[in-house]
Design a protein around this ligand. Structure first.
Ligand SMILES: [Zn+2]
Length: 426
């Protein structure tokens, strides 16, 4: 990608309308554009980051035997009436088709997935299994805020597991909890905690939220040095004392980026999903469900890591791996060389962006901070005299002080690949 062709509007100076630092950087860098109140277009930059996050999630879901599916954004009202939630879920957006049929924009997919699994599940031998999707949802929230933190339309990974016994669900729930810890770590998030939460609209008994500890968060969470953690709904005692060890709880703000629930048989009961048990009896499977806000995860990374110049990604989430900057020289050597380097990187399958524009170096570096490719190759007359390319790093959570500050003109390809692998922790 050449920077002049990138369909992204970056802003210089202060931006208006942003409520948090991360939101400000998302607008400044042109990662998101508000199409309507609570609905965003992801720019080529934002979508590259979100797709990278999705792929991290996919690999971890597949690693715990998840099977990816795709369910529709819209469903008929019938399955929501069947589960009893048509009139009780306040964020459910309803509309009528021209034929008079009632539809909903799905805010979550328990009804849709149970309806699907009814067409598949016959016997206990098929369980356990988990299906998941990464897809758009709509919630008719009364208020939207802070960019991708609370939106009406959003991309979510939602997963649903089906089990014969409660202990089997409990074991799988634990696996999923560890899978979530790996996902957020791979995204470069440092301050994520899992806290016990109430099950709310979802039904069931045990639930956890994954919260990024951050002052910009809209949730209040309680943490104890003994390891106990819970969200506000579970702490009813005004004294804020740990129910496990009796110490005073630490109260912090959090941004919820994921949640997991042990649903039990709430949906398999109400929608009459059954299987034949070993004794020949017809039974309802026990379910768990597991969500991650994908756009919200991008927003959370920005809240946690962005500095005054822009967002800071890690190698796994960055929109581009390498940013090649050509600084014009009098002999006319640097720009053609920068272009050649960019083309070589591209043909090697490395995601690269080239800035050979006729603008001030300061503007190029400011843009590079906003795009935040972890590796920056700078082609200038000064370094060319030494047969070298200057290298700069902008990367989340890796100490690059010992990394090379120049690559050789003959060896930059292998040195770039080695550095990418190093930044990926490989
Ligand atoms: Zn405690």
């Amino acid at each position: 990608m050449k920077i002049e062709n990138l369909c992204v509007r970056r802003l210089i100076g202060d931006v208006s309308g942003a409520t948090t630092h991360g939101h400000k950087m998302a607008i400044k860098g042109g990662y998101i554009y508000q199409t309507f109140q609570g609905g965003y277009t992801l720019s080529p930059l934002g979508w590259r980051v979100v797709r990278n996050i999705e792929n991290i999630i996919r690999s971890e879901m597949d690693a715990i035997d998840g099977q990816e599916i795709l369910m529709p954004v819209v469903s008929g009202a019938d399955i929501w009436r069947e589960s009893g939630r048509y009139d009780t879920v306040d964020v459910l957006a309803k509309f009528k088709g021209r034929s008079g049929a009632d539809y909903v924009l799905n805010p979550t997919h328990e009804e849709v997935v149970v309806d699907y699994v009814k067409s598949v599940l016959e016997t206990y031998r098929q369980m356990p299994f988990m299906v998941y999707q990464i897809q758009t949802k709509f919630r008719d929230e009364l208020r939207a805020r802070a960019g991708l933190i609370r939106t009406r339309e959003f991309i979510m990974k939602d997963a649903y597991s089906f089990h014969e016994t409660l202990s089997d669900l409990e074991q799988y729930y634990e696996r999923c909890l560890h899978s979530y810890e790996r996902i957020f770590k791979r995204c470069g998030l440092k301050q994520v905690v899992s806290v016990m939460s109430s099950t709310g609209d979802m039904g069931g008994s045990v639930a956890h939220e994954f919260q990024l500890i951050n002052d910009m968060g809209e949730d209040t969470i309680y943490l104890c040095d003994c390891g106990f953690s819970a969200n506000k709904e579970l702490i009813t005692d005004d004294a804020e004392i740990c129910p496990k060890c009796g110490a005073k709880l630490n109260k912090v703000r959090g941004i919820e980026i994921g949640n997991i629930f042990q649903l039990g048989t709430k949906y398999s009961d109400s929608m009459n999903l059954t299987y034949t048990a070993p004794d020949g009896e017809s039974k309802h499977p026990i379910m768990g469900c597991y969500g991650i806000g994908v756009g919200r995860t991008m927003a959370a990374i920005m809240e946690e890591s962005a500095d005054d110049k822009g967002p800071v990604w890690n190698m796994a989430t960055a929109p581009f791996a390498v940013h090649v900057i050509g600084l014009p020289d009098k002999e006319g050597k640097t720009l053609p060389l920068a272009e050649e380097i960019y083309k070589n990187l591209k043909s090697a399958g490395i995601e690269a962006i080239l800035d050979n524009r006729d603008v001030r170096a300061g503007e190029k570096f400011a843009d590079a901070d906003l795009i935040a490719a972890p590796i920056r190759l700078i082609v200038s007359a000064k370094n060319l005299a030494n047969n070298a390319i200057e290298v700069k790093y902008r990367v989340n959570d890796v100490d690059t002080s010992e990394y090379k500050s120049t690559f050789g003109l003959d060896t930059y390809m292998s040195e770039t690949v080695d550095t990418i692998l190093k930044l990926l922790g490989k």
